[in-house]
Design a protein around this ligand. Structure first.
Ligand code: ADP
Ligand code: SF4
Length: 695
């Protein structure tokens, strides 16, 4: 496509902006936001609408919904996605499609019949699948499917046709049938694991693909004149529809769908975290697919580098650059490439905090993009700040994620910002953590903000500036953000032990702060006690093994790094611990630290157990480093005379939490400068379900 006059993009990237035909419709470029969850779904429809609208504005060529449950006989409560069960579901989806198309993108809807993956806890309908089998969900619900007979299959096809028509009425351009990640009926029929039927829908690949053939043909008959019909499939299902057979399937039905959207395997594999999976990692599985079809192929790979994207297109691996997380971290990624602003891309760090919003049925956050899912709720835009208020100067103390984001966002609003950092480098905790095994990508949180701040004449950074309350008062900035971070506890207190535990001073005890500062245990036998349950325990165990230690990881939980079930990392973390030779002791709390070892207590029976060791690493809780804030608060009476209007503590200095909470706190601080929230008013907009009639 010829470049328009306003485009300053590097000609190397022109190929990414070529239009691509998908059946009866044409995408304006190759940027394809694949379906992704967001924790909002049917509960927060307008929040999802505005989130998708920012992607339209950001230049994506195709924008998809999350999975849309197409019939009440198959739903995935407690997870909150979208629904298209009845005509009354159409208006919310029509609003979604309108937003997606607002800047020329194609609007896509992912239709899901969850089959073996839907417990129907809400509708109480009996789940249906290719055969009678236990429901396969994260919660191991004690429910099973009934084997679908021929009438059930006819019903299923009819329900699909009704959903296609509703999707068309809602204004969508592209349908994808969900058959990936183990989450959709198309895959359940395709897989010899979940389909062991002996009729014409089971057995050979041809038979197992009969349902998808029928569903797609009927979609084309019903809506194919105006809508494209694509398939979203897993590239590899271990022991089931493996990559070799998937290739046979594409060859067999190459031109049946209008598009092939191919994602790794399980959701854990497809949304691989950066700690374990590189950018573009699915290439070996997807390459060669294009040779088996004339229809466009979409693939994902946490792509943030335009060079990596171009390489995939040029080498004939993909037609579309699929992206979920990179589009969350930076909804304006295509536009930034188009405008020659590659260095402004806010790169996804691959932490999967976004996934946790879905897994906890709350609302998704993004570590890099604090405005994600706040576009409608708070009116936050990922690229535009609200206008500057009446005051002029801001002092941000501490250059960790909270302080950096506060300085960047306040600078963007036009305030004169001073960023004071006690140390000699930017980044706070991400500077230190990004040096730990597997966490290099955490550094992107700092890099993006350091670059942005570096461009702003109104933001000045001061190193070696450990500020005291007296200095803050003398400087007299109008607004002060105290973003001084947190420190790890060394008394054993966290979730299992709410009170400090006895520690013999003869036993060397270390915290993550010590290890990150390079103070490592000297002895060989190390007990690492993890009552934090996120990534730090496993990462430090890995570090210690690298340094030659024999590590026993003890946790009161039943799994290593248990909270990482929510980031889809848990299995990989525990596998890595096993592979690295870490001894794992689960379901045991730490009772005492003695001079020669520790005493543990069984989390179920309390039964004690002794473990000899040379040193102990406590990965427990963190405490806010809030001495400066308290010192300032104690002198509140002097603020006005010093010219200070507000002092706020933000991020870990207020309450220790993951990095995403810190960037959010920094952003919120900047957004709310000079604003007054009415007493009792909610800080965000929400939708309330319309009451139905009582009869
Ligand atoms: P957060 O995650 O909330 O951003 P971090 O722990 O990552 O917190 O960052 C806190 C930063 O604040 C660190 O870089 C630390 O050096 C700095 N800091 C702590 N106390 C002071 C102080 N009194 N003056 C200036 N900087 C400080
Ligand atoms: Fe990427 Fe993490 Fe943001 Fe998800 S939360 S989009 S993984 S940076």
């Amino acid at each position: 496509m010829p470049k328009d006059n306003t485009s300053r993009r590097d000609p190397r990237y022109d190929v990414l902006f070529e239009p691509v035909r998908i059946g009866p419709v044409v995408a304006k470029n190759r940027f394809y936001q694949v379906p992704h969850c967001n924790g909002g779904g049917y509960r927060d429809p307008s929040a999802v609408v505005e989130m998708r609208r920012t992607k339209a504005e950001g230049g994506w060529g195709v924008i998809f919904t999350e999975q849309v449950e197409l019939h009440p006989t198959s739903e995935i409560t407690p997870f909150i996605e979208l629904r298209l069960w009845e005509d009354k579901d159409i208006p919310a989806l029509a609003r979604m499609a309108e937003a997606m198309k607002s800047h020329g993108a194609l609007a896509g809807i992912e239709l899901a019949y969850s089959g073996v993956n839907g417990s129907n806890l809400y509708t109480r309908e009996v789940p249906r699948g290719p055969m009678s089998s236990p429901i396969l969900t994260f919660y191991k619900d004690p429910v099973s499917t009934r084997a679908m007979d021929r009438q059930d299959i006819r019903d299923l096809r009819r329900w699909h046709v009704e959903a296609y028509r509703r999707a068309k009425t809602a204004g969508f351009d592209v349908i994808e049938l969900y058959g990936a990640h183990g989450f959709g009926i198309v895959q359940h029929f395709l897989s010899p694991l979940t389909n062991q039927r002996t009729d014409e829908y089971g057995g050979s690949l041809e038979n197992r693909s009969r349902l998808l053939r029928e569903l797609i043909s009927e979609a084309k008959d019903a809506v194919g004149d105006t809508m494209a019909v694509g398939l979203r499939l897993s590239l590899h299902e271990a022991g089931g529809l493996e990559n070799r057979e998937l290739r046979d399937l594409i060859a067999m039905h190459g031109d049946l769908p209008d598009l092939w959207d191919l994602g790794h395997g399980t959701w854990e594999a497809c949304s691989g975290p950066s700690r374990f999976v590189e950018e573009g990692a699915q290439e070996p599985l997807v390459s060669g697919s294009k040779a088996r079809t004339t229809k466009p192929v979409v693939g994902v790979g946490r792509f943030t580098s335009p060079d990596a994207m171009v390489s995939q297109i040029r080498r004939g691996v993909l037609d579309f650059i699929g992206a979920a997380r990179p589009s969350i971290a930076d909804p304006f990624l295509p536009r930034k490439i188009d405008e020659g602003r590659v260095e402004d891309i806010r790169e996804c760090i691959g932490c999967n905090i976004c996934v946790t919003g879905d897994m906890t049925m709350s609302i998704s956050r993004c570590t890099q993009n604090p405005t994600f899912m706040e576009e409608w709720r708070k009116g936050w835009h990922p690229e535009r700040m609200n206008d500057k208020g009446a005051s002029g100067t801001v002092l941000v103390i501490g250059a960790g994620p909270a302080g950096l984001e506060a300085a960047r966002a306040a600078g963007r609003r036009g305030y004169e910002v001073a960023l004071a950092e006690a140390g000699t480098e930017l980044g706070g905790r991400v500077r230190l953590e990004s040096r730990l095994p597997g966490l290099a990508a955490w550094g992107r949180v700092r890099d993006y903000r350091a670059h942005q701040i570096g461009q702003m004449a109104n933001v000045s950074t001061y190193f070696d500036s450990r500020l005291s309350a007296q200095e803050v008062l003398e400087f007299g900035f109008e607004h002060v953000a105290v973003a001084t971070g947190s420190v790890w506890r060394r008394d054993g207190v966290a979730r299992h032990n709410l009170a400090p535990i006895p520690v013999d001073p003869a036993m060397p005890v270390f915290t993550p702060d010590d290890l990150m500062a390079g103070r490592l245990p000297e002895g060989r036998e190390i007990v690492l006690y993890d009552d934090d349950h996120y990534y730090m325990g496993g990462v430090l165990a890995e570090l210690l093994v690298q340094k030659g230690a024999a590590v026993t990881l003890v946790t009161p939980a039943n799994l290593v790094s248990e909270w990482t079930l929510n980031t889809l990392e848990q299995r990989r973390i525990q596998a890595r611990m096993i592979e690295r030779g870490v001894t794992i002791v689960t379901a045991h709390g730490l009772s005492t630290v003695g001079r020669d070892g520790v005493t543990l207590g069984c989390a179920f029976t309390g039964r004690p157990r002794a473990l000899a060791c040379d040193a102990v690493v406590l990965v427990t809780a963190r405490l806010p480093d809030d001495a400066l804030w308290h010192a300032l608060k104690a002198r509140e009476g002097e603020w006005a005379a010093a010219g200070i209007r507000t002092v706020r503590r933000i991020g870990d200095a207020e309450s220790p939490a993951p990095i995403a909470w810190a960037t959010y706190a920094g952003h919120r601080f900047a957004r709310e400068l000079d604003s007054v929230t009415a007493e009792g008013a909610l800080a965000f907009r929400r939708e309330v379900t319309e009451l139905g009639p009582m009869e």
